[in-house]
Design a protein around this ligand. Sequence first.
Ligand code: 13P
Length: 252
Amino acid sequence: MRTPYIGGNWKCNGTVESIKQLVQDLNQGPSTEGKVEVIVAPSSIHIGLVQSLNLRKDWKISAQNIVQEKNGGAFTGEISASMLKDLGIDSTLLGHSERRHVFGESNTVIAKKVKVSEEVGLTIIGCVGETLEERERGETNQVITSQLKDFNVTNWDKFVIAYEPVWAIGTGKTASPQQAQEAHKVLRDWLADNVNSEVAQKVRIIYGGSVNSANSDELIKQPDIDGFLVGGASLKSKDFLSIVNSGLKSVE
Ligand code: 13P
């Protein structure tokens, strides 16, 4: 039995006021302690703010990205894995489709980021996903398994896979539970074939792409869907708490 994992990716959103309100409201939700792992990933400029607002202790704060050099240095505009550790942050998203497609991050750069995260001991939420064109050409399985392989993971204990079909991100078009399950199964089978069956059974594979409070119950019922990476709906406390509640119900 895998512990569900649910992340809120706040992307490049929020003001001091909106984040104060959001944290205050999220802190009111039922405890997830020992049942569901929950992280929120504010923009890096808001990480300290969320810490100072005393985000509930059963949830953790994650970063959205790091630079590929462990200790940073001359990398204007970036943040390093060591800085996160120093701040008490112990996870980061990597390879998000917006990093790949808007900022042109290659699999090579992403693999370097995986390596430094592993060196520093960060948990990684590694994102994979096909574009609509790739899906229509029948390349989904090949694309997502090669992205998974190219992370070059060596420590699967600190790796969560996020399957986020690009065509479902921010579009209101969610993958159907069957489509998502199929992709998650492909990823799990890849782990079984290329790592080992124990890792395949243990690694959480979470779904992202227009997850909301109306579709989260059905999605998490799928055998290989272990949680979510939520964008837009994670900025609304009621919606995010309801998605977290789908996780809680799934382990009842
Ligand atoms: P949306 O939930 O807004 O579609 O975003 C998904 C996502 O990219 C999470 O990382």
